[in-house]
Design a protein around this ligand. Structure first.
Ligand SMILES: [Zn+2]
Ligand SMILES: [Zn+2]
Length: 195
């Protein structure tokens, strides 16, 4: 018996739901979103990483009295949020996709993530310092993400976003967890809760 394309696809979907362990999740967004040929989204050249380090050094002296420890800074090709900070590895990630749409926000994002070195959460201390420096109080996100989630999780390894309507318990990155089951090394980190 030959299956129609639609039936075949339906079967694949069913299999996916049945065999993907509930505690391991996959991104909602296809990896190549935004770069399909003919879509016409402009490629904006963002400054090289060494420029981000230069700005870090400058802002550290100008805004933080030189007190911040040097962080590891990199771009993430996959993240749809503007930036993220991982306290365990003192690592700042700058979202490429967001800044290709809003290149002028780059310095604001970097300063926002630098404040997180001192204040990992958006708590009072964070808000006071952000207010003083004129920096965004909230995590910003790519237009593709807006309105579609309440909880935003990020894989600490590959930086993929996992926007979800419901809170996840013990979930790991479906791409990095190669063994096909929950892997604590790739446990998703809650990056943002929409108010
Ligand atoms: Zn933040
Ligand atoms: Zn991952």
């Amino acid at each position: 018996m030959k299956m129609s394309k639609r039936q075949h696809q339906a079967l694949i979907n069913v299999n996916f739901d049945l065999f993907l362990p509930v505690d391991m999740v996959s991104p909602d967004f296809p990896e190549d979103q935004g770069s399909k040929p003919g879509e016409g989204r402009e490629r904006i050249d963002l400054p090289p990483v060494r420029e981000l380090y230069r700005l870090f050094d400058l802002f550290n002296r100008e805004c933080f009295g030189g007190k911040l420890p040097l962080a590891k800074i990199s771009y993430s090709d996959r993240m749809l949020i503007a930036g993220s900070y991982l306290p365990t590895t003192v690592q700042i990630k700058i979202g490429k996709k967001y800044h290709q749409v809003f290149p002028d926000d780059l310095e604001d994002t970097l300063k926002h993530e630098m404040i997180h070195i001192l204040h990992p959460r958006h708590d009072r201390g964070f808000k006071v310092l952000a207010g003083k420096l004129g920096v965004s109080l909230k995590a910003k996100s790519h237009p593709d993400l807006r309105g579609s989630y309440k909880y935003l999780y990020v894989c600490p390894s590959c930086g993929r976003d996992y926007p979800r309507r419901k809170r996840l318990k013990m979930a790991s990155c479906g791409v990095c967890s190669a063994r096909g089951s929950f892997d604590p090394h790739f446990k998703l980190r809650l990056a943002h809760v929409k108010k």
